[in-house]
Design a protein around this ligand. Sequence first.
Ligand code: BEZ
Ligand code: FE
Length: 283
Amino acid sequence: MTITETATAHASGNAATGKFKTERVSADTSPERAAAIYRDVLDAFKEIIHKHEVTYDEYRVLKQWTIDVGEYGEWPLWLDVFVEHEIEDVNYSRNSLTGTKGSIEGPYYVAGSPKLPATCTMPMRDKDRACTPLVFSGQVTDLAGNGLAGATIELWHADEDGYYSQFAPGLPEWNLRGTVECDEQGRYEITTIQPAPYQIPHDGPTGSFIESYGGHPWRPAHLHLMVQAPGKLPITTQLYFKGGEWVDTDVATAVKPELVLDPVPGDDGKNRVSYSFALDPAA
Ligand code: BEZ
Ligand code: FE
C-alpha cells in the first residue's frame, strides 16, 4: 500500500475547508443586491419543495446530509463540483471577452508556488518521473498575438494517483505546482507529467449525493492554470486531453472544446503539445 492510498474524502475535504477558511473572503455586495439574491434562493427552494411535495422524512434527510457535508469539510468540494461552473460562465463567458476561455478553479489551488524559469521542469518525485513526460510549450499573448513581457503561468495538477500536494498525506509540499516566469516574449516550455483522470473524493456525503442521482465521480485528466500579464485580465483555466476518458461527462461540467489538447508522442517517449494563451485587456 502506498502512502497516498490513505487519503480519504474526510481528510482531503477538511484540508480544502481549512485552506479556504484562512482566506477570510469578502465581497462588496450591496445590502439590496444581497437581499434580492437571498429572496431568489428561498423562492427556488419553495418551488422545488412544492414541485416534488417534499415529505418531512425527506426534509430530515436533507438536514442530516447538510450536517454530514459540513462535518466532512466537503462544502468547498461540493460547491466547486456542482456550482462553480455556472459562476465561471456568468463572469467570464461574456461576449466582450475574446481571449482564451477560462474554467473552474476547483478547491486545490494554493498561492505562492515556487518560481520557475521559462524553460523548466515541475517539482516532482522520482515516482512521478517514472510517468510519461509532457512537454507543454507556447506563448502568452495579447488579443493581436503579440507576446507579453512579465507574463506568469501558475500550473498545478494531480499526480498519477489523482492526488494534489497539500491535500493528501505524504506528498512534498509543492509537488506538481509551480509559477513559471515566461520570457520577454511570453514564451514558456514546461516539462511535467501526463496527468491521469481523477475521481473527486467520493467516500463521503458528496459521493453519496453523486450515487443518489446515478452519476459518477470522475473528472477527465487535466492541468490547472492561472495566467497573468501586466495590464491584462488574468485567467484561471484548465486544459484537457483529446479522446481522454470522461472528457464528455466531467462530473464538474468544466470542459470546453477550446481547452482540449492533442499531444503528440515523441520518439524519446515524451508527449509534446503547444498551446498559447491570449489575454483580454484588463477592464
Ligand atoms: C478539480 O479540478 O480538481 C476539482 C474541481 C472541482 C471539484 C473538485 C476537484
Ligand atoms: Fe483538478
